[in-house]
Write a protein that binds this ligand. Structure first.
Ligand code: HEC
Length: 120
């Protein structure tokens, strides 16, 4: 299993090229998805990040990196932003702004035809 994950990661890292892809990798590897969602859709008090202005998002991330927060809720972002480099923030915010959901077709498979399966 470890070997398979290793091969998987090497494969993923070796293929990361565009800022969008690099941003996606950082988003997944830093655990951002656990609060902001796999599809950047947000959840409850965790803001949605998809298709929002890059300038605003990087302004916020740099503030969190400088340990500035406006309220207690935002405090939890600091731990995740402190070690981000300028380049990582650039890639992350490109990923967020340009985000396109690419797994819809896998999620909703409506090809199943119920007729004639004998299960009445
Ligand atoms: C533990 C949960 C958690 C994790 C993990 C997390 N965030 Fe956040 N994030 C928050 C909360 C809470 C806020 C602030 C919400 C508010 O302003 O009330 C926030 C705010 C933000 C904002 C500003 C959005 C806005 O509308 O102000 C950005 C951008 C952001 N997070 C990006 C990230 C990135 C990138 C990562 C991964 C490196 C990450 N977050 C990981 C909880 C989390």
């Amino acid at each position: 299993m470890r070997f398979i994950s290793l091969v998987f990661f090497i494969f993923v890292f070796a293929n990361a090229q565009t800022p969008y892809q690099k941003g996606k990798l950082t988003y997944m590897s830093k655990g951002c998805y656990s609060c902001h969602g796999n599809n950047l859709e947000g959840l409850h008090r965790y803001p949605k990040l998809s298709n929002r202005a890059k300038g605003f998002l990087s302004y916020k991330l740099k503030r969190f990196r400088d340990k500035i927060s406006d309220n207690q809720q935002q405090e939890m972002m600091i731990a995740f932003a402190v070690d981000l480099s300028d380049e990582e923030i650039d890639n992350l915010t490109t990923y967020m702004q340009d985000y396109v959901q690419d797994n819809l077709s896998e999620k909703y498979n409506d090809s199943y035809v119920p007729e004639g399966d004998g299960g009445s």
